[in-house]
Design a protein around this ligand. Structure first.
Ligand code: TXD
Length: 323
């Protein structure tokens, strides 16, 4: 048999850098690798820890049968030329803490991380996970000087996934049949939109009474806190990692998926110069467009209130960075 000469084309896997090898960062590494989405470089300030996680995950590679290389490091040089940088570095909540309690300390961390990461991956798309999410996403955008569509925050996918789960549990249907939509800041003022939640196309407003819907909405608003209270030692990380992975996948596979995420607003929803959770089309260019859904007056007011809180926190964060 005649074989043609080997193709001169060399193939390289896509590369995702994850900064912060804690609960969310390490679980996200596992998800990305096991879905064969990309090679992953996991970075942390703690020496040895990201290397240990990377080795542990690599030792499962022969069983999980994926091709992703996983590297643990404390050196940003190893993240060079990443296609996506995910920032999870920072403190997580303890019981009794709000996301805002993390503001000043995490602000300094994400700005430092973003500056170091962009120096090695100037073409990357940045996904921010660190809390308080909407403020941290703005800070990363500023620190990297990237076009706004290349910076996006993960929260809406998680909040929507929580609401999707609660609706499915209430109706006794598969969560795959449920589509849910949560907008606004990632906090107690987030804006779940029952009118846009459906079960195989049927609006939930036709399937449940108002009291039930309000109960599920409230549970969603406090979904993160519910888990912090149960775990006692930190926040949720399985569903957050799955949510971030969905965003990585949308970008890697250029899916143009319509996902709620914190995007930079330039007049959409009557808001400017702010990152806030809105439905975005996410593909290989990052945020390709923002979908403006019709909001009722109370919904618009709730979105405004959520934006106000984000702006107040942004002011505090910016002044703490300058100090
Ligand atoms: O929906 C969402 N956006 C969220 C956000 C859902 C879940 C978690 N959310 C937030 O993500 C949470 O409130 C935290 O702010 C981050 C990370 O949560 P995680 O649960 O992963 O926290 P860990 O386990 O404490 O991990 C944080 C890691 C830890 O290993 C630190 O050593 C590291 O961050 N860290 C740093 N790495 C690199 N560089 C610096 N400067 C640094 N500082 C801390």
């Amino acid at each position: 048999m005649n074989y043609s000469p080997a193709s001169p084309v060399s193939w390289r896997n896509s590369k995702v850098a994850i900064v912060g090898a804690g609960k969310v960062g390490s679980t996200l590494t596992q998800r990305i690798a096991e879905k064969n989405l990309a090679d992953v470089v996991l970075l942390d300030i703690v020496e040895g820890m990201p290397q240990g996680i990377a080795l542990d995950l690599t030792e499962a590679r022969g069983i999980e049968l994926h091709d992703s290389k996983i590297v643990g490091t404390n050196d940003y040089a190893d993240t060079a030329n990443s296609d996506i940088v995910v920032i999870t570095a920072g403190l997580a909540r303890k019981p009794g803490m709000s996301r805002e309690d993390l503001l000043q300390i995490n602000a300094k961390i994400v700005v430092d991380v973003a500056k170091q990461a962009i120096a090695f991956s100037p073409n990357a798309i940045f996904i921010v996970i660190t809390n308080p999410l909407d403020v941290m996403t703005y800070l990363v955008w500023q620190a990297t000087s990237l076009p706004p569509q290349k910076v996006v925050g993960m929260a809406g996918v998680l909040d929507s996934s929580r609401l999707q789960t609660f609706i499915a549990m209430e109706l006794g249907v598969s969560p795959q049949d449920v589509s849910a939509m949560v907008l606004g800041g990632h906090g107690d003022l987030m804006l779940p939109l029952p009118r846009y939640c459906t079960v195989r196309g049927v609006p939930i407003t036709e399937l449940m009474d108002d009291r039930t819907i309000s109960r599920l909405v409230e549970r969603t608003r406090h979904g993160g806190g519910e888990i912090v209270k149960l775990l006692q030692t930190g926040g949720a990380y399985f569903a957050p990692a799955s949510s971030a992975c969905l965003m990585v996948e949308a970008i890697m596979r250029d899916r143009s998926s319509l996902l709620p995420a914190a995007a930079y607003l330039q007049g959409e929803y009557g808001l400017k110069d702010i990152f806030l959770g809105v439905p975005c089309r996410l593909g290989c260019q990052g945020v390709e467009s923002i979908l403006q859904v019709q909001l009722a007056r109370e919904e618009r007011e709730s979105l405004q209130a959520s934006a106000e809180l984000v702006r107040e926190n942004l002011k505090i964060a910016l002044s703490s960075i300058e100090k």
